[in-house]
Design a protein around this ligand. Sequence first.
Ligand SMILES: [Zn+2]
Length: 503
Amino acid sequence: MTDTYITTTIPYVNARPHLGFALELVQADVLARYRRSTGEQVRFQAGTDDNSLKNVLAAEAAGIGVQEFVDTNAAAFTGLAEPLNLSVDDFIRTSSDPRHRAGVERFWRACAARGDLYRKHYEGLYCVGCEQFYTQAELVNGRCPDHGTVPDLVAEENWFFRLSRYASELSSLIGSGTIRIEPAERRNEVLAFIGGGLEDFSVSRSTERARGWGIPVPGDPGQVIYVWWDALGNYITALDYAGDRENLHRWWIGATRRIHLLGKGVLRFHAVYWPAMLLSAGEALPTDVVVHGYLTANGRKISKSRGAIADPYDLARRYGTDAVRWWLLREVPPGGDADFTIDRLVRRGNDELANGIGNLVNRVVSMIHRYRGGHVPATTVTAPGADALYAAIRNVSGLIAGAIEDFDFRRATEAVWQIADEANRYVNRTRPWDLAKAGDRAELDAVLSVLLLACQAIGTHLAPFLPDAAARITRQCTQDGTGLLPGPAPLLPRITPPAQAGA
Ligand SMILES: [Zn+2]
């Protein structure tokens, strides 16, 4: 039995979720659905990082209690499962899930027992936006390279993690592919970072500086565990690391693949800090660290605060779940950045879903009703001139498998789209209506038969990507209780850009 554990990162809940996080969720969902469809057992986990100082500051700015604030915003993240149609198995919230705090404490003690945690006086430049320290050299004109803000000078005694001890081990684990980092340029980036020397890093802060929010250091109540240490732990605390460990044994220690999906901005935490922490605690390591790029909207950085255009709830409500998922899967290059616009979403949805796939299925089922009374044509004849279409159907499964193994969702969806594209060309070339007029029954049956086969293949292979649309296509292309295909119904309606929507 192959067991696979797939996780997304757990975002801060200082504001509502935007399309960038939807990308990660949808990619993880496709991996989960695809692997389940091949017979694997999969556990797909997401969650929220409630214990960040950013949340505390945002709650203060909003004049709301921190717990109330994070509860409200976290609901907007868990709620994404519906508009994005996610098959999430578990969702952990770090401030309220009883498994989490106990797990983080146990993990801390495991690293302490290994001699990897020690106290030291420290001064550093801290960006709250990033929740990390920067060296002078990493700043741009004295400002955070990501936020453009001047970091806080922090001087206090903190707990440190002996990261330096694991540099060479990490290097060989990553270099050998034992921990696979995709895409390769990200792996090289990590190897170069480790090669430059790893310094121990601070893993606690004073309770005062944390505003009393977070998980206290076991045995040292004056200190709160660093939010990243706390957050990274979610991948195993959610598997009852501190409880009966049954899920830990199945989905972490015993799993064939442990796949983390994440954005490029948090690569170092997942590819360096987290594996080192696991090595220290004597736990298994992730097998795959899969990095995606960033989305912009109309050429501008999507920020949670001014993200109206890229609100996944709003987009799914206006344009449908299928169109949103399709855009994310079809237009975002593996590991790379992409610019989102409504026009691109609409064009992609109309060209490929409405006019391409939806229209094809509708035409084929309509012709089977018109010419054959809804009976699936029985034929032993190979359809003439259909070599390319047969090949697209025959090859789709292998092409998708290869693309998924490379985490290339564009290539995977392209293989399904190829069937629709070939089939539409085939309809236009063979002109079944002329065959019907000419009374060429055997050839018409052969043509309709391969076209229906193509539609059924699209329904089957589209399922991990667009589960809703795939289910409708499959129903439309399967004989019902009367032995006939259901009457043709629109499956993937055209969508309307906002300028015309109000008219
Ligand atoms: Zn920053």
